[in-house]
Ligand binder design. Structure first.
Ligand code: NAD
Length: 491
């Protein structure tokens, strides 16, 4: 059966979700523009500081009154597992909702976003009763305990590129640790988060534990970060917004922050790779997936001269072989850019790079043959230098720059970006080279002879330098949603 569907048949759960109820009031509305065809199909209510305060205060009360933070952790885990099962049971509905209201093609939403969202909640549920505190080494007539407690209310602010998945990483870790959450999804992809919050109630999670407020960053996001009852902030988005959030935290109570920010990740390819086609598959997949709108997009190819020509030939073939289309058609394999504004940003970076002397081996402009949706041509830029805009700045589009090198040290030096350190790929048949590159590149994640995450959520993700602070996923993300109380007993 084809996964294609009629976008008009999908209900958009439009509003905030506070204390178990959909709330549609707002101080203003924002037009919701469907990325695939740029049609305005809803008006999103914007929460001001008063509506945000209602959500946070409700969450604070619910976290205490419902016993969510104090119940036996295995009971909390059971509810979260039931939630995960419900997400899977509603997979088709959630997949269609995600496809209609984001850049995720339906085939990818069904194959990845929905199952990975369920799995992230399940993954964190497993920590609930398997991660306790510590007994400290003290003198024998004392007992020293380090007790892990939930913070209370955690703010989670998410970007538009993988709406369901991003909220599962943040809400999953926070809720499993016993916190209530108030999520602010991106105003460009607001709906699937609301549906998740509705399903949490259906799964038996107490009302007020999973809340959603809608709106833009300046009004809603900032008010959320500054509310005095927010005890921790977990954010994924751009580096500039991450800095604004850190400022808001500092000015409103020095709240701990987890920041997953931008990247400019290298794909370091040595001439001794065993299979050019296989490596080309990893490199092209890493920059074309979701139209390049991936934080860990491998946007800088750094290739050893001996393999440069066959690698570029294999990549150019792949960059030309794409299937753009609306996200609700099963055949679509290449995503639209989230908005016309973002596409113009992508094009501006490409144009400035071409003006600085680069060559477009493939692409280099918006797609002429699509008259609806903001689609950008997969682009390969050669003849670039490290100071050119497309090499220096995060593009967040399907744009790959190519730099070549002779010696191992030269390659590792080029892979090190002055600002970002989110992820890196290293491709070589030589273990020693792979290990030296792994040690030499300052990045939060290094993939060797592959690129991208697997379903092994035990591996944390997070950036170095301006790519962020702290980790999502892994035990680290669970523990970051707890605070630790030291207790010393004398007897
Ligand atoms: P963005 O920073 O524009 O927005 C992210 C979220 O922050 C949105 O919900 C937005 O409304 C909100 N926001 C904006 N200003 C705010 C403020 N002053 N206070 C509080 N909230 C505010 O990012 P985006 O364009 O939605 O997403 C793309 C960016 O996200 C890219 O830079 C990408 O690299 C990054 N990203 C990083 C990761 C990671 O794991 N490191 C994952 C996905 C995306």
């Amino acid at each position: 059966m084809s996964l294609s569907f009629d976008p008009a048949s999908v209900r958009l759960p439009n509003g905030h979700f506070i204390g178990g109820e959909l709330v549609s009031e707002g101080v203003d509305t924002l037009p919701f523009v469907r990325p695939s065809d740029e049609r305005v199909v809803a008006d999103l209510p914007v929460a001001d500081a008063a509506i945000v305060a209602r959500a946070v205060e409700n969450a604070h009360r619910a976290q205490r009154a419902s016993g969510w933070g104090t119940m036996a952790p295995r009971d909390r885990a059971r509810l979260l597992r039931r939630f995960a099962e419900l997400i899977e049971a509603k997979g088709e509905e959630l997949g269609r909702l995600e496809a209609v209201s984001s850049t995720r093609p339906i085939t990818a939403a069904m194959a990845y976003d929905v199952p990975a969202t369920a799995e992230a909640f399940r993954f964190f549920a497993e920590y609930a009763d398997k991660s306790g505190g510590e007994v400290a080494a003290t003198r024998a007539d004392h007992l020293g305990l380090i007790i892990a407690e939930p913070y209370g209310v955690v703010a989670a602010i998410t970007p538009w590129n993988f709406p369901l998945s991003m909220v599962s990483w943040k809400a999953g870790a926070a809720m499993a640790a016993g916190n209530a959450v108030v999520v602010k999804p991106s105003e460009m992809t607001p709906f699937s988060t609301v549906r998740l919050a509705e399903l949490a109630i259906e799964a038996g999670i107490p009302a007020g534990i999973f809340n959603v407020v809608q709106g833009d960053g300046q009004r809603t996001g900032d008010a959320l970060c500054r509310h005095p009852l927010i005890a921790k902030i977990s954010f994924t988005g751009s580096t500039a917004t991450g800095a604004a959030i850190m400022r808001a935290s500092a000015e409103s109570g020095t709240k701990p922050v987890t920041l997953e920010l931008g990247g400019k990740s290298p794909q370091l390819v040595f001439a001794d790779i065993a299979d050019v086609e296989r490596t080309a598959g990893h490199v092209s997949g890493s920059i074309l997936y979701n139209g390049g709108q991936v934080c860990v997009a491998g946007s800088r190819l750094i290739v050893q001269r001996g393999v440069e020509a066959p690698m570029l030939e294999a990549l150019a073939r792949r960059f030309r072989d794409i299937r753009p289309g609306p996200t609700w058609e099963a055949e679509t394999g290449f995503a639209p850019i989230i908005s016309r504004r973002q596409m113009e940003r992508v094009d501006d970076i490409v144009r400035r790079t071409l003006e600085a002397g680069a060559t477009a081996l493939v692409g280099g402009a918006p797609m002429a043959y699509r008259n609806e949706g903001a689609f950008y041509q997969p682009t390969i830029l050669t003849d670039v230098t490290p100071d050119m805009p497309a090499v220096r700045e995060e593009v967040f589009g399907p744009v790959l720059t190519v730099q070549s090198f002779e010696t191992e040290a030269e390659g590792i030096a080029l892979a090190d970006h002055p600002d970002y350190g989110l992820a890196a790929g290293v491709h070589t048949g030589d273990l020693g080279k792979a290990m030296r590159a792994m040690r030499g590149i300052p990045a939060g994640t290094v993939w060797i002879n592959r690129y991208g995450r697997t379903a092994d959520f035990a591996i944390p993700t997070g950036g170095f330098k301006r790519s962020g602070i702290g980790k999502d996923l892994g035990r680290a993300a669970f523990e970051a949603n707890q605070r630790h109380k030291s207790v010393l007993i004398e007897f």
